[in-house]
Design a protein around this ligand. Sequence first.
Ligand SMILES: Cc1ncc(COP(=O)(O)O)c(C=O)c1O
Length: 492
Amino acid sequence: MRYPGPDPASTDDLTPAIESLLPSLERFLRFEGPDPAAHRSAWYAVLDRPLPRTGAGPDAVLAEIRDVLIANGLRTGHPGFTGWVTTAPSTIAAAAAFAQSIASPMKYWATPGNLIDAVAIRWLVELLGFPATFGGTFTAGGSTANLLGIGAARQHAGERLGLDLSRDGIAGLRDPRVYASTETHHVVGRALGVLGMGRANLRSIPTDGSGRIDLDLLQAALDEDAAAGRAQVAVVGCAGDVNTGLVDPLPALARIAHDRGIWLHVDGAYGGFGLLDDRVRDLYGDVAAIDSFAVDPHKWLAAPVGTGAVIVRDENLLARAFAVDTGDYDRERDVVIAGDPGSPFDDIGHGTPDMGVDFSAPARGIAVWAILSEIGADGMRARVTRHLDCARLVAERARSSGELEVLSEPVLSICCFRYRPAGVTDEAALDALNERVVAEVRARGRTVTSSTRVRGRFAIRPCFINPRSGLEDADALVDEVLAVGQELSASS
Ligand SMILES: Cc1ncc(COP(=O)(O)O)c(C=O)c1O
């Protein structure tokens, strides 16, 4: 490649640059052979080097991207990967994100990306069954989506007292509290920290026998704090808790919260798309009763990492919660032009920088729009249904095997289970054995999964969200756990 312009960075020859990477990317996506990323000493030393004073030029960098970065990439897209709540983008998602990064890098101004972002939010609202009057915005992920939802709740709590907290600070909010079950993802606590309410003011409510938030304990906590004059900012429900995939009793939470004038925020970062499977749809109740809902397209929808979303009943309230004053240099932000603008830069287009914590931001909705254009609502419904079937298959196989035990019945696409050879009852020994099983299964690389604790017991925890995974991968995981468990038991 040559250096065409005034700058040392190449700005042309895109086709040869990208074409030179494609064979390595295709090879990576075949996930053949042992996982090279495990041999980190080989690539740490190559990549972690002093800042170069003079650049090596495009060809050298492309060669390293090809031979070191891609070749040692993390196989979260492998069909046998069921760890944590993550996967890799599908082909069209990756292609759309690539195109977006070049041709529509910003979500603002009257560009196709700006429009597509708004259309994609509208599609998500419709796909998940929210009323068309709901809106929202894309975020960097579930953490920020929860932050925005709870930020809107904080603004709402202030406005009930005649205060604008986003403008004036939260001093007027007396001892603010947010209520959520002990199973709630820790990013909710961080959101309170970032919003100045303090992580310690997340009142963690124990779960009932089913693992869902205990409604009696919640009401008692709400009564106690109301009597103490605390500001009650939000009740948070899980729609797919990260440990076992449980859905809190959302209709009851909505009733309890709204009877008291409190905001209901729901964390559906993982399980939001579970709404598409009629077998579990009722667990979510009427979504119109939810004030804000976090959902992560970079999880089950397999958008590129960096794509979350928050859906809200009232976009204007969200914009007041994250208001940013207009500067002289960006006064176009306040201009709305009906019809064609003279230049796309005359009008910031749909959405505003007020609805989040970014100012410059990628048009994240382009990947969501591309995915939904490719597979449609029915395609996504089929994926969710298949993944719920995968979790159910793991549970069935565990129940029918004498050596496995289900620790949490699947609700969505997670099934927690463990290897339990006949005669072993000591809990500490079972924990230690299963920890070794997970490590050895991962080391073999055919299937990779992760773990959690269920009622104190160490559990193997596959979470099926991967577009490349099907029932045969669920079967393969169970086979591998059995094989590894038997080997480890025989050798100990
Ligand atoms: C239920 C839940 N909430 C929030 C998050 C955080 O989302 P993110 O990692 O996209 O910031 C996760 C991540 O796994 C999650 O599963």
